[in-house]
Design a protein around this ligand. Structure first.
Ligand code: MCA
Ligand code: AMP
Length: 502
């Protein structure tokens, strides 16, 4: 195959009149029309002088055109680099600089701040709106209807997704065509997706979950998606009766359950609900089944590994577990030396397979720290595997907070807080939250004689950190609790504030 990713996900549906996207305004985009739009974008991109392997950084709202840009990158051999729409220009600066992107595509609204930023890094800058507007759309106007797909190998990079780390700057996870395709095939097969499926898509499209797990499966199988701009309960309740499948973070499911209008009737046409990105409480699983008769299928993955385990479609979907390794994926639970532990013991989960990424962009040392020479990837998640193979995620060896499915690394928030006047030091923790699963909370020790106001600290973080990373609550104290070694006792803080949002 000349370009496995493009040919398999996109080109296979060339000319197909079947719907691909059902839009919020009632419009329908067929596979054929979607691909025609992608070809026009492909001409626009190559017309800028971009070469295969160049990175295209994209911070745009969710839309049919945003997905067509992803398809155009696949067809031209460009590396798609999607960015959270919540990131501030200060955060974006790093991603554009570190990736050496040749092009930054942003919204019109962000253009004034980002055009200068792109120029500073030697990247071109274009805009893309949600309604067919923007300078990329202008360039696509009147382009020829055909485009010769650029040949690529399955080991070539398809995408880079930045993930934060417990220390230091974010790392760009390099995902090859093989990584994406092998996972899409395994999941579509396991979850029985077909061309008649209608996937309700309310996730963002700048992460693995919404972009690769959801969209790639619909593309691979020639199905369609109801493309909602975001999760909003009313819109989801209205769309659900027309859908056959939905994928979401646990917050989607707790929000649906909190609404009495959500009943088994709403799900009359549904065959599958999938959850991931954060732990789904067993009680949510049970309440969902009691309300709808559906057993949510929980799966587990990471940006670096795509999906690694899943509960079965036909067999037992066991609440509180993330199921069995996917076909072609090996998992093992190890001690901190990397030695495999007997079944039933808790350790760090390691993963190997065609799903596992190629390494961190231009960070060979970081890659070597987490990707072992035998290609097992160190996930940083604490897990236990039963004799029957089912994996349960029991915690995290890494200092990570997952809020509503978004990852927040305490270190990044602590560094931003520590730099503010009146702050001696800070400890950022995740506290159980009924809606978000975990909420970001900061405990700040004031400098002697100072009493910084929480509201002023929050205001000072604006523009520095995306809002989802900002603490929902900042508590000011005289000193942080420390153990005899002088280390801040985050576990004690978590226990103290465990019921803050109860
Ligand atoms: C929005 N806000 C949040 C979050 N989302 N705060 C904390 N955590 C969040 N997740 C803040 C906004 O900054 C804003 O703050 C206020 O909440 C309202 O914003 P809005 O956009 O209306 O929020 P929402 O509609 O309530 O969004 C919550 C959400 C959304 C629906 C849970 O965050 C979401 O769709 N999450 C899914 C994330 C996801 O796809 N994760 C997959 C990555 P203010 O009022 O202060 O301005 S993980 C992954 O891909 C791995 C591989 C995997 O396994 O899947
Ligand atoms: P990300 O870095 O955004 O790819 O997030 C990956 C992390 O999300 C994993 O390392 C886990 O900590 C967490 N995660 C994903 N799916 C699940 C799940 N089903 N249960 C528990 N944690 C999960």
């Amino acid at each position: 195959m000349a370009n496995p990713l493009y040919d398999t996900l996109f080109g296979a549906h060339d000319g197909a009149p079947a719907p691909f996207l059902h839009l919020p305004d009632g419009g329908i985009v067929s596979h054929a029309a979607f691909l025609a739009r992608a070809r026009a974008f492909a001409h626009a991109l190559t017309g800028l002088g971009l070469e295969p392997g160049d990175r295209v950084a994209v911070q745009v709202e969710k839309s049919a055109d945003a997905l067509a840009l992803y398809a155009a990158c696949a067809q031209t051999g460009l590396v798609f680099l999607p960015l959270n729409t919540a990131y501030t220009p200060a955060e974006l600066d790093y991603f554009v600089g570190n990736s050496g992107a040749g092009l930054l595509v942003s919204t019109d609204e962000a253009a004034p701040a980002l055009a200068e930023l792109a120029g500073r890094h030697g990247a071109a800058h274009l805009t893309l709106g949600t309604d067919g507007t923007g300078t990329l759309a202008d360039l696509a106007e009147g382009q020829p209807d055909s485009f010769p797909t650029v040949p690529r190998d399955e080991t070539d990079l398809a995408a880079i997704l930045y993930t934060s780390g417990t220390t230091g700057r974010s790392k760009g996870a390099m995902l090859s065509q093989k990584n994406l395709l092998s996972n899409a095939r395994a999941l579509a097969d396991l979850w029985r997706f077909g061309s008649s499926d209608v996937l309700l898509h309310a996730l963002p499209i700048f992460h693995t979950h919404g972009l690769f797990v959801a969209t790639n499966i619909a593309l691979l199988t020639g199905g369609s998606m109801i493309l909602l701009p975001k999760f909003e309960t009313d819109a989801v309740l209205e769309a659900l009766p027309k859908a056959t499948a939905m994928m979401g973070v646990p917050t989607f499911y707790t929000r649906l359950l909190a609404d009495p209008r959500f009943t088994s009737e709403t799900c009359a046409n549904m065959r599958l609900f999938v959850s991931g990105s954060a732990p789904l409480l067993a009680e949510t699983h049970r309440a969902f089944e009691a309300r709808t008769g559906h057993r949510i299928l929980e799966r587990y993955g990471m940006t670096e590994t795509n999906m690694s385990t899943s509960n079965p479609y036909d067999g037992e979907r066991r609440p509180g577990t993330v199921g069995l390794p996917l076909p072609g994926v090996e998992v093992k639970v190890c001690d901190d030396q990397g030695t495999e532990l007997p079944r039933g013991e808790i350790g760090v989960l390691e993963v190997r397979g065609a799903n596992v990424f190629e390494g961190y962009w231009r960070m060979p040392e970081k890659t070597a720290e987490e990707l072992r020479p035998d290609r097992f990837f160190f996930t940083g998640d604490l897990a236990v595997q039963g004799d029957d193979g089912y994996v349960t995620i029991v915690g995290r060896a890494k200092d990570l907070i997952i809020s509503g499915g978004f990852n927040v690394y305490p270190k990044e928030v602590e560094e931003a807080l520590d730099a503010l006047p009146g702050v001696a030091e800070s400890a950022v923790i995740g506290v159980p939250h009924p809606d978000l699963g975990e909420a970001v909370v900061a405990v700040v020790a004031a400098e002697p004689g100072q009493s910084p106001e929480p509201a002023a600290l929050t205001a000072a973080l604006d523009g520095k950190l995306a809002r989802f990373k900002q603490p929902k609550t900042i508590l000011v104290t005289d000193a942080l609790p420390r153990n005899t070694m002088g280390k801040v006792q985050k576990a004690a803080l978590r226990a103290t504030y465990a019921t803050l949002f109860a």
